[in-house]
Design a protein. Structure first.
Length: 148
């Protein structure tokens, strides 16, 4: 028997993490939670999830964006499908994620998100399979590491 698909939700809002957990667990996913960017990145390195839901803004304004860059620069994590989810993306996406960096994200979702939309996006991205190759020997940039 195969283990359930593991999804990490990295978000500083405990109510939103609970919402995601309840919705996705009801569809058979294993959901793990991180309350901040450093814990999320550590979890990814220790237990490699099948997909990550990452809030753009956590303990400081660009915590999610810094984590995104660290994930994509890490050859062990670079191919993990990633959905960036935040209320700010619908209002001011360009301010938080410049156009040249949007390709680092597989999908964007804006809060509030409906349970149906959440499940559809997660299932669709998982069904699509890997969307990028692992970074060959990529090294995190020093400025990325200092923000994590």
């Amino acid at each position: 028997m195969s283990s359930p698909t593991r999804i990490l939700i990295a978000d500083d809002d405990p109510d939103f993490r609970e919402f995601v957990r309840i919705v996705l667990e009801s569809h058979g996913y294993e959901v793990c939670e991180a309350a901040n960017a450093p814990d999320g990145l550590q979890f990814m390195r220790n237990k490699r999830p099948d997909l990550v839901l990452l809030d753009a803004m956590m303990s400081y304004e660009l915590a999610g964006v810094s984590t995104l860059r660290a994930v994509r620069d890490d050859p062990q994590l670079a191919d993990i499908p990633l959905i960036m989810i935040s209320a700010v993306l619908s209002d001011d996406e360009d301010r938080f994620l410049p156009a040249d960096q949007r390709a680092l994200v597989d999908r964007f979702l804006s809060k509030p998100v409906s349970p149906d939309e959440l499940v559809a996006e997660v299932a669709g991205l998982l069904a699509a399979g890997p969307t990028r190759l692992p970074a060959a020997g990529a090294n995190p940039s020093p400025d990325t590491r200092e923000h994590i």
